[in-house]
Design a protein. Structure first.
Lengths: 426, 161
């Protein structure tokens, strides 16, 4: 009965359009009231204790850093580097788009921020060179998913807080899968471009030109070195690294590239704080929700039932993949992680799946969810930035979506791809 | 003046808090590596600022209608019914906000009375526990504004139909 109240009320409120965080809070309080187990001051208490966490503070900082660096200067210079590398090949700008998204992913931890930053400067160039609008927007919307797979990654910080896995291991584990997705998207885009007859840019660079472009982009290329080098060199914690990224993005944007005005900084701060708060309120109420789940023993019961059906970890992971893909179509990424981790982690731990591997699978799944309709945030951002019809963008993104699902299956079957790098660094 | 306050109250506060959080952590790293004198209180203060920024930000989110919702269903409703559903959702949210304000207030008064203080700064913990109370009180006000606006839109829709 209590689980019926918990999940039934949650689903009902969510469908009516009550914010997810509030739906979680109300469902949990109603279940508690019905069971009469915990006194209601528990709500007020966990709203504070769940947010009062230093690792969690990496989230607002990474949001802010991504927002600051998404404003012009840095993304344009990354794009120029991408052009030296891939501009001359068939469908060159498509390859450049994916490469630039990968670079930007190493700076920003957000999918939609990557789409907005790269799409904003790349779409005009692609359209001018005769690339199909739907193909261009669909490609960048898909490549934006890499933003949350290549470190730093905001969803990984959230998963780490709800699962207890280490942020540093997760960051390392994301590198190879992120690059793999990038390579597969590039191959797909090359095939489509060859069919459509998109040519590369016939332009050769002199050594001096290449040096000038790289030198000009040095501030942008240094960001991943500072963030990841700082974390793995033991110089600072992921949260401190995120704060350094903010300070760096501010400094470079305002004083070096000078494309960030102080009035804009105010807007960026307000926007990031807003984004962070809308996520954190879910963290707060989900803690209460998770507590009710635990009191009721729901995750353990679920784990036992699933293991009774099959104890093959691959089968279980495949089933969970399907669940995530469906959930990812309807629910926002971070909300899904906060709600599903405490329910599903006990299930996979029971059959011996590594929590880091599971986290990466979850994140890749939900990243794919960013380009699946009807709730694909990257599709929305892409169609807005690229001035395209949503239906067209969905059509353009479909081949890339399918190829990412193939990568997901490979990652599920072969945990070594994910775990190789974190194990190497241990 | 009142309009300015209405438009920017939470916004200005969270911008300030967000900036303060960043500066605190950057100074903390600077002190540790450059001055070689680790601060003991900066992390704690930053965390408390984060808690306050979060709950003030929740109110700002209500004002901006920016909270994370599932729109897959409501998006397909006809305009009039969608507006009514919106008002219902806001009212449900309002009830929850009232609950948080009440529980939060009772809890923080209890903690003030116990005189519990924070580890590094010796700050009364009640101050931190007030964050959801104050935040959701603002949420309450913003929701009332949203509900009024919703009814107004509903009325113009009624005229149009």
């Amino acid at each position: 009965m209590i689980s019926l109240i918990l999940f039934g009320l949650f689903a009902l409120l969510m469908i009516v359009g009550v914010p997810i965080g509030i739906s979680l809070g109300i469902a949990a309080m109603a279940a508690l009231g019905y069971g009469g187990v915990v006194d209601s001051s528990y709500l007020a208490q966990s709203l504070v204790t769940s947010i009062d966490s230093f690792p969690l503070m990496a989230v607002p900082f990474f949001i802010l850093a991504g927002d600051l660096m998404g404003h012009g200067g840095i993304s344009r210079r990354l794009l120029e580097v991408g052009e030296i590398l891939f501009g001359r090949y068939t469908g060159g700008l498509g390859l450049v788009a994916v490469a630039t998204c990968m670079f930007f992913a190493a700076i920003s931890g957000s999918g939609p921020a990557t789409v907005a930053a790269i799409g904003g400067i790349l779409f005009p160039a692609m359209l001018q060179r005769g690339y199909d609008r739907n193909f261009s927007v669909g490609l960048v919307a898909s490549a934006g998913c890499i933003g949350v797979v290549i470190p730093p990654s905001i969803p990984m910080v959230i998963y780490a807080t709800s699962s207890g896995a280490s942020v540093s291991s997760l960051f390392l584990a994301g590198v190879v899968p992120g690059v793999l997705i990038g390579v597969v998207l590039m191959l797909m885009s090359w095939f489509i471009a060859r069919k459509a007859g998109y040519h590369g840019i016939e332009r050769s660079y002199t050594g001096a030109e290449i040096f000038r472009i790289l030198w000009d982009a040095k501030w942008a290329l240094l960001v991943p070195v500072i963030i990841l080098g700082g974390i793995y060199g033991g110089i600072f914690t992921p949260t401190e690294a995120a704060a350094v990224a903010v300070a760096y993005g501010f400094f470079v944007g305002v004083f070096v590239y000078k494309d960030l005005k102080l009035a804009e900084v105010y807007k960026v701060l307000a926007h990031s704080a807003l984004t962070s708060a809308t996520v954190m309120v879910i963290v707060g109420t989900a803690t209460v929700f998770g507590r009710v789940l635990a009191i009721e023993g729901i995750p353990v019961k679920l784990a036992n039932e699933i293991v009774a059906l099959t104890s093959d970890p691959i089968m279980i992971l495949l089933l969970i993949n399907v669940l995530f893909l469906v959930v990812g179509c309807f629910m926002e990424t971070l909300a899904a992680i906060i709600i599903l981790t405490p329910i599903l982690l006990p299930v996979v731990l029971k059959v011996g799946v590594d929590p880091v591997h599971f986290g990466i699978l979850m994140i890749v799944n939900l990243a794919i969810g960013m380009v699946t309709p009807p709730m694909g945030i990257n599709l929305f951002v892409g169609s807005r930035v690229g001035n395209a019809q949503l239906e067209g963008v969905i059509r353009g993104a479909t081949p890339f979506l399918l190829s990412m699902i193939v990568v997901l299956l490979v990652l599920t079957y072969v945990p070594q791809i994910t775990l190789w790098l974190p194990n190497l660094m241990k | 003046m009142l309009k300015k306050l209405d438009d920017h109250f939470e916004e200005a506060l969270i911008v300030l808090l967000m900036a303060a959080m960043t500066v605190l952590i950057v100074v903390q790293i600077f002190m540790r590596y450059v001055v070689q004198e680790s601060l003991t209180w900066s992390e704690e203060l930053a965390r408390y600022i984060f808690v306050w920024a979060t709950y003030l930000g929740v109110a700002y989110g209500v004002k901006k209608n920016a909270h994370i919702c599932v729109e897959a269903v409501t998006g397909y409703l006809p305009a009039r019914i969608r507006e009514i559903t919106y008002i219902v959702a806001q009212v449900v949210f309002l009830l929850f906000a009232a609950l948080v304000v009440k529980e939060g207030f009772v809890l923080s008064m209890k903690i003030f009375k116990f005189g519990q203080s924070s580890a590094a700064l010796g700050m009364p913990m009640g101050v931190i526990y007030l964050a959801p109370t104050v935040g959701f009180a603002l949420v309450f006000i913003r929701l009332v504004q949203n509900i009024v606006a919703g009814f107004k839109r509903l009325r113009t829709l009624g005229v149009a139909a």
